[in-house]
Every structure is written in structure tokens, then in C-alpha cells.
Design a protein around this ligand. Structure first.
Ligand SMILES: Cc1cc2nc3c(=O)[nH]c(=O)nc-3n(C[C@H](O)[C@H](O)[C@H](O)COP(=O)(O)OP(=O)(O)OC[C@H]3O[C@@H](n4cnc5c(N)ncnc54)[C@H](O)[C@@H]3O)c2cc1C
Ligand code: FES
Length: 248
């Protein structure tokens, strides 16, 4: 491990090296980290791949419980047990859109830097919208053409990021956009209903609870759209889903 640094109020970036993993990770995939060597907590914890620089890989996180508290205590030189990359990447290779509209809420920013690089490689311009409670919780590195929203108005638009996107696109229409969004579920629902109303293709990256992370435990069901009740698995079929395919 290379260490853990601070990237904002209560926000940490953990870096480790793995040449093989750094070559195979695609934007939107996640890593499943064993947080302690002891068997407690037993389950690994999933985190989006945030940044890759040569063989160095980063995740960004905040402390919400035992697992993330253990990660914050990691030190340079510690050995980290990481499984991945897991899940399916965002669908960036798609002739159906010209501009990527990236929307992140809080630490939903995590997959956006790799997504920005992937879209640029495809020659697609990117416009990015990031929302957080306040300026101190915005992690704005490695993003392009960035517009911010904060609940308290301490930076950028005062209000939620979906209102910012709606306001921006009504004044600056974008040719053949596709929305890629990651953040808390209420934000993703609002993004999905905005995308439907505006007839914009949209993928949302879900971050619900997981067990195994590899499609075995059936612990991460996502209800599929359609008349029959059926489910996909967030860890194996996602975490990113086209909103036309799921109930959101
Ligand atoms: C595909 C995927 C990618 C993720 N990427 C990131 C990331 O890049 N950065 C980041 O900070 N977090 C990310 N998460 C969430 C992260 O995995 C959890 O915050 C972490 O597992 C919490 O572990 P803990 O032991 O600290 O908390 P726990 O003790 O397990 O839980 C503490 C509290 O957080 C709630 N919680 C735990 N996991 C989740 C979850 N997935 N969604 C909502 N609430 C939860 C619990 O219900 C509980 O109330 C991601 C989750 C998924 C599924
Ligand atoms: S987390 Fe076990 S099947 Fe998805």
C-alpha cells in the first residue's frame, strides 16, 4: 500500500499498487477490499475504482462504519487484499451519443475520473455536474468542464445537482447527450425521472449493500423493468444499469 491521504472534509483517498489490476480496470468497475486480516468484519467492502496512474490505483471513501474506519487506519507498507476488478464497466462505446453528461452526488464522484478518461479516448466531450452538502465535501480533482452544486450554496449553484443539470441543459442544449450518474439512491431516482422526461439515454451506477460481490450470495438484487417480477444482480450485472432496464 502507498497510504491514505485526505481529499476533503472527512474524505480519504487510499492508494495501492498492482500492475496487473491497473491494466484491467475499466471505468465503473469496483474493487472488493478485505478491510481487516482478522475474520471480523468478515465481508469485503466494495469501492469504485477512482484513479489509476501507471500501476497505482486509488479509491475514495468516507468513514461510515467499521470497515471504512479500518481502511482509514491503513499505513504505507501495509498489504491489502483486493479482489477485482468486479462488475461491468459503463457503456462508453456507443454510437448513440456524442456528449457524456456526468453527474455525481457526494462520493458518487468516485467512478467519474476514469469515466472522463474513457470518454475522451472515444473522442466524446464531457460535461460534469457534481453536488455535495458543502464546498468542503466536493472532490473536484481529475474532472472536466465541471459545474458544482452545494446544499448550503458555499460553492456553485445553491441546491441539488439534478436541478443544476436541468437548469444548465435548458440554457446550453447538448447534442445527443448520454447521462452517466452515480450517487445516493434519491439522487439517482431524480436523475432517472429527469432523463426520462428529457428523453436522454441514462446509465446509473448503484451503490447498495453487497455480500460476496461476485454473484454467489444473491444478496444484491435489482428489480428489472417489465411486467414479470425478475431481478438482476448489482455486483455481476451492474453496478451500472441503463434506466430502461431496471425499476427506478
Ligand atoms: C459498487 C459499489 C461501489 C461503491 N463505491 C464506493 C466508493 O467509491 N466510496 C465510498 O465511500 N463508498 C462506496 N461504496 C459504499 C461502501 O461500500 C460502503 O460505504 C462500505 O461498504 C461501508 O462499510 P463499513 O464497514 O464502513 O460500514 P458498515 O458498518 O457496513 O455500515 C455502516 C452504515 O452504512 C450503511 N451502508 C453500508 N454499505 C452501504 C451501501 N453500499 N449503500 C448505502 N449504505 C450502506 C449501513 O447500512 C450502515 O448504516 C460502494 C458500494 C458499492 C456497492
Ligand atoms: S453481492 Fe453476492 S450476489 Fe451480489
Amino acid at each position: 500500500m502507498e497510504g491514505v491521504r485526505t481529499a476533503g472534509e472527512g474524505i480519504h483517498v487510499l492508494s495501492f499498487t498492482s500492475a496487473a489490476m491497473s491494466r484491467s480496470i475499466r471505468a465503473g468497475q469496483f474493487l472488493n477490499l478485505r478491510v481487516e486480516e482478522a475474520c471480523e468484519p468478515l465481508l469485503r467492502r466494495p469501492f469504485s475504482a477512482y484513479r489509476i496512474e501507471k500501476s497505482s490505483i486509488e479509491i475514495v471513501f468516507n468513514v461510515v462504519g467499521r470497515g471504512t474506519a479500518a481502511l482509514r487506519r491503513k499505513k504505507q507498507g501495509d498489504v491489502l487484499d483486493v479482489l477485482g476488478p468486479l462488475g461491468k464497466p459503463f457503456k462508453t462505446i456507443d454510437p448513440g451519443f456524442d456528449t457524456g453528461v456526468l453527474i455525481g452526488g457526494g462520493l458518487g464522484v468516485a467512478p467519474l475520473p476514469l469515466l472522463t478518461s474513457a470518454l475522451k479516448q472515444e473522442g466524446k466531450p464531457v460535461v460534469t455536474f457534481l453536488g455535495a452538502r458543502s464546498a468542503a465535501q466536493l472532490v473536484t480533482d481529475h474532472l472536466e468542464n465541471l459545474h458544482t452544486a452545494t446544499d448550503d450554496g458555499s460553492r456553485g449553484f445553491r441546491g441539488n445537482v439534478v436541478d443544476l443539470v436541468s437548469d444548465f441543459l435548458s440554457k446550453h442544449p447538448v447534442e445527443h447527450p448520454k447521462i452517466f450518474a452515480c450517487g445516493p439512491m434519491p439522487m439517482l431516482r431524480a436523475v432517472a425521472s429527469f432523463a426520462r422526461a428529457s428523453e436522454i439515454t441514462c446509465e446509473v451506477s448503484l451503490e447498495g449493500p453487497m455480500g460476496c460481490g461476485i454473484g454467489i450470495c444473491q444478496g444484491c438484487p435489482v428489480e428489472l423493468a417489465g411486467p414479470e417480477k425478475s431481478y438482476a444482480l448489482m455486483c455481476k450485472d451492474g453496478p451500472a444499469f441503463d434506466i430502461r432496464t431496471i425499476k427506478i
